[in-house]
Design a protein around this ligand. Structure first.
Ligand code: G6P
Length: 371
């Protein structure tokens, strides 16, 4: 087993370090003469043109990937997009019609809750596209079309490289919808794809700087609670950072939208409380960046220890950060593929430092095939 882990302490650590090639693998072969082609999906473009609503269904980490997808798809395609936990969707009488596109995200393709949501959606006449990693699994077989991650088998129970593959596949689907429906010009799609294709190299840069977060995790191994804040795609990233810490390090962790702080969670902040903050690019649209910088100030003023994930050259965060973890610059949407990596490393290292079984956390299964 040690050999299979390629010199890493765990499969999770190995899979974290495979993420540059994982994203490159999800992207490979999708461009033809400058246009996106998703032939693998085998779906009639007229179906995609008739869609008036998208519902993403998934569980666990895959649901956090879906939450990122919503930001991208609504921005690029102007199609109303909801994201829902598959088990909630299935049992609440959701509004689904022939014009609804359901996107089911599942690494294994075997999660029963997600499968039941797919069946329910198809019974109502919706078209279902599965975003999966495992070829020939049940969810893609029961869907109308499938888009695969091609990231290779994921062994660790806690999902890492599949998460990045899922987000990447969602970006491809969003851009493809925008292409088919004419929401973006071909040169806009080409420019977005060019930036997306730079991501694997940027992931490698984040991984090459893992030492800083590894040390932080070791120093924090006795921590009993960690909070994670973000806005826009930093919000699902905060949720995923908290999920990872719960799953493998058994530490109480909560992710929330930074704007929600003042509506409740800030009451949790006391002297020494560690808070990760995911900061969007200062070059992005809106005043997102300055809002998040204000949120860092707010928690720090109440004694929080601020662990800030920010773009290279973003000096505005420095006065309020106890620790700054740097990420290469990219588009606001694409940052979701970079900012989560230090959080994955943090959980993996912290669990390892605690002597826990990182790959087989207690009470969890890689794929939950019962409801
Ligand atoms: C389980 C795993 C999670 C995973 C979730 C969804 O709960 O422990 O890591 O995110 O299932 O799995 P799927 O295979 O559907 O992506």
């Amino acid at each position: 087993a040690a050999a299979q882990k390629g010199g890493y302490d765990s499969f999770m650590a190995k899979e974290i370090h495979e993420q540059a090639s994982a994203v490159a693998d999800t992207l490979r072969g999708r461009l033809e003469n400058g246009a996106l082609q998703l032939d693998e999906m085998a779906i009639d473009p007229s179906v995609l043109r008739s869609v008036d609503k998208i519902v993403v269904v998934a569980c666990g980490t895959a649901a956090n990937a879906g939450a990122v997808a919503k930001y991208a798809i609504e921005h690029w395609c102007r199609i109303p997009t909801e994201v829902e936990l598959a088990h909630e969707f299935r049992y609440r009488d959701p509004v689904v019609t022939e014009k609804t596109l359901v996107v089911a995200i599942s690494q294994s393709g075997e999660t029963m809750d997600t499968l039941m949501a797919v069946r329910h959606a198809r019974e109502q006449g919706a078209k279902v596209i599965a975003i999966c990693n495992t070829h020939g699994s049940t969810i893609p077989r029961e869907s109308d079309a499938a888009l695969y991650l091609h990231v290779g088998p994921e062994i660790a129970v806690a999902s890492t490289k599949a998460y990045l593959g899922q987000i990447t596949a969602c970006y491809l689907l969003g851009l493809f919808l925008a292409q088919v429906r004419g929401n973006l010009y071909p040169d806009e799609i080409a420019a977005l794809m060019a930036d997306l294709e730079k991501i694997p190299e940027q992931i490698q840069q984040v991984l090459d700087n893992a030492g800083q977060v590894e040390q932080l995790a070791k120093d924090m191994k006795d921590t009993s609670s960690v909070l994670f804040l973000g806005r826009h795609v930093g919000y699902p990233t905060a949720m995923e950072g908290a999920l990872k810490l719960k799953e493998i390090a058994y530490i109480h962790a909560e992710g929330f939208a930074a704007g929600e702080l003042k509506h409740g969670p800030i009451a949790l902040v006391e002297e020494g409380q560690p808070v990760f903050v995911i900061v969007p690019s200062p070059n992005g649209r809106h005043s997102l960046h300055s809002k998040v910088v204000s949120n860092i100030q707010e928690v720090r003023a109440r004694g929080a220890r601020t662990l800030v994930i920010a773009e290279e050259g973003d000096d505005a965060v420095v006065p309020y950060a106890d620790e700054v973890i740097r990420i290469p610059a990219t588009r606001t949407l694409f940052a979701a593929l970079l900012t989560v990596i230090p959080l994955q490393i943090f959980s993996c290292e912290l669990a390892t430092a605690k002597g826990l079984d990182v790959d087989q956390p207690r009470n969890l299964a890689k794929s939950v095939t019962v409801e």
